[in-house]
Design a protein. Structure first.
Length: 293
């Protein structure tokens, strides 16, 4: 009688084989379920609307985004932002001085006379008023320009006061990525300041406007030409994980990692109905296609 591999198999071996098959099936099913859950969590959905701007968020609220063509340029925090002779990067009227009571939210008060702004007394910025940002590096004194986020060097965005009070939008010190949908220029940024209550979304620093393709960017007049539609993606709570201060390379690195974690820029771009933009050959920022890897 010949060898029958079925009838001669040890019953224990058969049970072990069956258990291994079922285990593999279970692992495969679990992987598929987890993949579906992750895809659902990463799928953006309509979330909020602020002054006409639609805001979309991932289901787990780890990121949200909006597109706007509105833009104003902020010089606050730059040591040369404001000058008593009104020769700084920005017009003194935009600091509210001297006619508005709110100037003290923009300009640092003189410690010896709180009724007037502090004028830097030495160094390369002597003679300029010292402007501040809501985000601060507390290692430095209130009259040290290093305490504040330099709008001419660091890409940042401004939350209007009313928007900043909305639940779930994040806080000062959080990070994000901006993408110019017209030319493909991209940049990481930090949320560094609070703007007027009724202001639309779209106020950004001089440095961020330049990194998005702006030429001859001025806080007085804006860029030399309109920048077009900008997609802003923000990661609420990220400032708790990556405390300020950070230099530009660090901002770029950590925001690219955050974007990769949610599946790339296309996650938000597709929802907003925008194709991945072509990147200009002159772009110095990260490529949009690289942000989708």
């Amino acid at each position: 009688m010949g060898y029958n591999p079925i009838s001669d198999r040890d019953p224990a071996d058969s049970r072990l084989h069956f258990m291994l098959v079922m285990l593999l099936f279970g692992v495969l099913l679990f992987t598929m379920v987890i993949s579906d859950v992750q895809a659902a969590v990463r799928k953006p959905q309509a979330w909020k609307k602020y002054r006409g701007t639609k805001i979309y968020a991932l289901q787990d609220k780890s990121a949200y985004g909006y597109v706007t063509g509105f833009m104003t340029i902020d010089a606050d925090g730059a040591p040369t932002a404001y000058h008593p002779r009104n020769t700084g990067l920005d017009d003194l009227a935009n600091a509210g001085y001297p006619g508005q009571a709110w100037w003290g939210t923009v300009l640092v008060r003189d410690p010896s006379d709180s009724s007037r702004p502090y004028i830097m007394k030495s160094g390369p910025y002597a003679g300029y008023y010292l402007s501040m940002t809501a985000l601060k590096d507390l290692r430095w004194s209130e009259t040290d320009p290093r305490r504040y986020v330099d709008a001419s060097r660091i890409p940042y965005i401004v939350f209007p006061e009313t928007f900043a009070g909305m639940h779930g939008v994040g806080a000062i010190g959080d990070y994000g990525v901006a993408i110019n949908l017209d030319n493909g220029y991209t940049s990481g940024f930090v949320v560094a300041d609070i703007g007027p209550r009724k202001h639309p979304l779209g106020e950004i620093s001089i440095a961020l406007a330049a990194r998005l393709g702006g030429k001859q960017v001025s806080a007085r007049t804006g860029p030399s030409h309109p920048l077009g539609q900008i997609l802003y993606i923000i990661f609420p709570g990220s400032g708790n994980q990556y405390p300020w201060p950070r230099n530009l390379p660090s901002i770029q690195s950590l925001t690219q990692r955050m974007l990769s974690h949610i599946g790339g820029a296309s996650v938000m771009l597709n929802l907003c109905g925008h194709p991945i933009p072509q990147v200009s050959a002159a772009s110095t920022g990260p490529r949009v296609d690289a942000l989708n890897r």
